[in-house]
Design a protein around this ligand. Structure first.
Ligand code: TRP
Length: 338
């Protein structure tokens, strides 16, 4: 089993949501790209997680294909890392069943994400898949015996659950899983420009996010329309809208603009218009480059398909090694050990 440990220092996954926005890019993907140079990484596109709420089959397929291209465009490099599609590694689901026998109904029903997503719906409309989502996530992590898991703060409870399940497995069946360490993103969580009290997200409408591949016209329009003031502010205080604009600018390559505008703010002479212009210019530079790179990647689509198929196959081999050992330990049959 030693081989697995060497092959996965870092694991993280993303849902094929249909659009990569700046929150995903600055908060997660950009960091993944950097980690590839120092760690052996496995990244996954978790399409099974994207069907826990009612979904359109054709859209899911399309979004999964898009996410493959998007991640390669952003710099996930098959020469350095493994990038797999979750449904191509069915062992995740098998492991999640076994993990589910170790988790209690109480601890799973206390997961805040489940509570949030289910409370707006009738009981009949809440799928068991939505409930067991965190068990599949635990399987994604444990099946590669990952050591570190870069995620956003919103995944804290899911990671805690994963660690508890791993500890329980180890104490019941003998030490096997490394206890995965969450690595929380250090970049500030990007908020919606149209409503800076909400997290940037695709689900709440197109004015609430900026896509990584969005056109110049659309980026400029959204930045121009961004909310700036919101009620009374004490001297030196920053409104949530202005903070969001600064947070965005701070993530781009325009660090000198960021510093000088932040100085203006501290000195009380920041012109919102200047901030918006700087943000729009910086984002247009980024999205224009990304759109070009994406077009190039798209031209190599069959290459991308081949390489993701191969990488998923590789991931599957690692997953099978883990599952084999898990099955031996819990006392269920392995075909190769009948
Ligand atoms: N739940 C994660 C999210 O919504 C996605 C995810 C699924 C994940 N499996 C994972 C993240 C394993 C890290 C590790 O962002």
């Amino acid at each position: 089993m030693e081989s697995i440990v060497k092959k996965c220092d870092v694991l993280s996954c993303i849902q094929p949501s249909g659009v990569v926005h700046l929150g995903n890019y600055f908060g997660a993907i950009k960091n993944w790209v950097q980690l590839q140079d120092t760690h052996s990484c496995i990244f996954g596109i978790v399409d099974l997680h994207a069907m826990t709420e009612k979904h359109d089959p054709a859209e899911l397929k399309k979004h999964t294909n898009q996410m493959m291209i998007d991640l390669i465009t952003c710099g996930i490099d098959p020469q350095k890392s493994t990038l797999f599609v979750q449904s191509l590694v069915p062992e995740h689901v098998e492991l999640s069943w076994i993990l589910g026998t170790l988790a209690s109904y109480g601890e799973v029903s206390r997961q805040a994400q489940f509570k949030d997503k289910s409370k707006r719906k009738k009981e009949e409309a809440v799928s068991v898949g939505l409930f067991s989502y965190p068990l599949l996530q635990a399987a994604d992590i444990l099946i590669y015996r990952a050591k570190e898991v870069p995620v956003g703060q919103d995944q804290k409870q899911h990671l805690e659950l994963t660690r508890n399940i791993a500890e329980r497995f180890n104490s019941r069946y003998g030490d096997f899983f490394p206890i995965p360490e969450p690595k929380y993103s250090e970049t500030p969580k990007l908020m919606s420009l149209a409503d800076p009290t909400k997290k940037m997200s695709k689900n709440i409408g197109s004015k609430h996010y900026i896509g990584l591949f969005e056109t110049e016209k659309s980026v400029r329009k959204k930045v121009a329309a961004a909310m700036t003031d919101s009620g009374e502010l004490k001297k030196g205080e920053m409104s949530p809208g202005i903070k969001t604009l600064f947070d965005m600018l701070g993530q781009t390559s325009q660090q000198s603009d960021y510093i000088s505008l932040l100085n203006d703010h501290h000195n009380g002479n920041l012109k919102y218009q200047h901030l918006k212009e700087a943000v729009a210019n910086a984002l247009v530079e980024l999205t224009t480059e990304m759109r070009q790179r994406r077009a190039e990647a798209e031209a190599d689509i069959s290459l991308i398909n081949d390489s993701i198929r191969e990488m998923s196959f590789h991931a599957r081999k690692l997953a099978q090694e883990t599952l084999y050992e898990v099955k031996q330990r819990v006392g269920i049959k392995n075909l190769s050990h009948f």
